[in-house]
Design a protein around this ligand. Structure first.
Ligand code: 8DG
Length: 137
């Protein structure tokens, strides 16, 4: 048993021309310089879809449409339990601008492993690789 708080976080999975969008947290953020599928904490009274739309606007100044919401992954950090819901989204409008992150990249699925992701995201990287292999069989 653990009495660590569980934090609900949504993250965006965006695929364009066989590449996935990933972002690097800035030196000032928690988990500095780690790569992630960007997003953030779900606020009180918000749905996961509303949360990812808000976060993508705040962090990258783009509007997104949710295509599919995936079941969450749990990951235990030393001081909290991350409940991470991957949200497959599409950018519908806006010019991608870095508002908080240090960097971003569009990366082929097989190259995702070469990035230093937040621990909680490793499950997503694995799932995307598995899905990609299944699709290309
Ligand atoms: N956004 C995001 N956060 C992640 C991922 N993986 C992962 O472990 N995290 C962690 C980092 C943070 O401790 C927490 C999310 O916080 P955040 O800093 O991105 O969210 P926020 O914008 O709502 O944060 P805040 O300013 O309210 O602190 O989850 C991920 O893929 N995306």
């Amino acid at each position: 048993m653990t009495d660590l708080p569980t934090i609900a976080v949504v993250c965006a999975v965006i695929k364009q021309q066989d590449s996935y969008f990933i972002a690097q947290r800035s030196a000032k953020m928690k988990m500095p310089l780690k790569w992630e599928f960007p997003g953030g904490k779900v606020e009180k009274g918000e749905t996961n879809a509303q949360a990812i739309m808000r976060e993508m606007k705040e962090e990258f100044d783009v509007n997104v449409e949710v295509i599919q919401e995936h079941p969450f992954y749990l990951h235990q950090y030393p001081n909290f339990i991350l409940q991470l819901s991957p949200m497959e989204v599409e950018i519908t409008s806006g010019k991608l601008t870095l508002k908080e992150h240090a960097n971003y990249r569009w990366v082929a699925v097989k190259d995702l492993f070469t990035y230093d992701f937040s621990e909680g995201d490793v499950n997503i990287v694995k799932a995307l690789n598995k899905r990609d292999k299944a699709l290309n069989q």
